[in-house]
Design a protein around this ligand. Structure first.
Ligand code: AMP
Length: 214
């Protein structure tokens, strides 16, 4: 089963992906995380993309596709793509080798996102996501991951200026992608202004219905 989540920055695609992963036992690939790992490990690709990533710009399609294809070699049962595709070229190239069955688009108000961006913290080890400004997303101990005990970090691109740029890029990129996947009847719009469990319920309602019908 191939699932893609498309959403503006901080809409909760990481959080929902982890929940889908847990329930349906599918590998989760955060393309943003994959790129940040390249930078952290100072690989050839990492050195090339470091600045663009910090500025919230989209990374070159060929770099993203080649890193992603490498990751997917180990995913035999399917995948959850978090933040991919982000351009039509990515979608088209990807479809030559892989099948996407569901494209979930998380729709959410810009004001809610701005608040999330300011408080978001991420675990660099297990990638769990927290938020200082949203009580239900606080870690139990300040700045420490509940799951693995690692110190939480703020992402280099999580600030309001970069957020505004990333949001504008998203608006530009999303409409062609929705059109592209709508023609294939693969788009499911999710109301992401709700709480985590309510958002997840909308997703599982769709996935469970199809799995039971099959
Ligand atoms: P995310 O973790 O999804 O918010 O992505 C963080 C950053 O990674 C984005 O602002 C882009 O710079 C880069 N990125 C993530 N996914 C892609 C993609 N599919 N294509 C190009 N750049 C991406």
């Amino acid at each position: 089963m191939g699932i893609a989540l498309i959403a503006p920055p901080a809409a909760g695609k990481g959080t929902q992906s982890l929940k889908i992963k847990e329930k349906y036992n599918l590998p989760h690939i955060s393309v943003g995380e994959m790129l940040r790992e390249e930078v952290k490990n100072k690989t050839k690709a990492g050195l090339l993309i470091e600045n663009e990533l910090k500025q919230g710009k989209l990374i070159d399609d060929n770099i993203v596709l080649s890193l992603l294809k490498e990751k997917l070699k180990k995913c035999f049962k399917g995948f959850i793509l978090d933040g991919f595709p982000r351009t039509i070229k990515q979608a088209e190239e990807f479809s030559k080798s892989f099948i996407v069955n569901y494209v979930f688009v998380l729709n959410i108000e810009k004001e809610v996102l701005q608040k999330r961006i300011s408080g978001r913290l991420i675990c660099p080890k297990c990638f769990n996501i927290y938020n200082d400004l949203i009580p239900s997303l606080n870690s139990k101990v300040t700045s420490i991951c509940d799951i693995c005990g690692e110190s939480l970090q703020k992402r280099a691109d999580d600030n309001i200026e970069v957020f505004n740029d990333r949001y504008n890029i998203y608006l530009k990129e999303i409409y062609p992608l929705i059109e592209y996947y709508s023609k294939k009847n693969l788009v499911y719009h999710i109301d992401a202004n709700k709480n985590i469990e309510e958002i997840f319920k909308q997703i599982t309602n769709i996935l469970d219905k199809d799995l039971i019908d099959d």
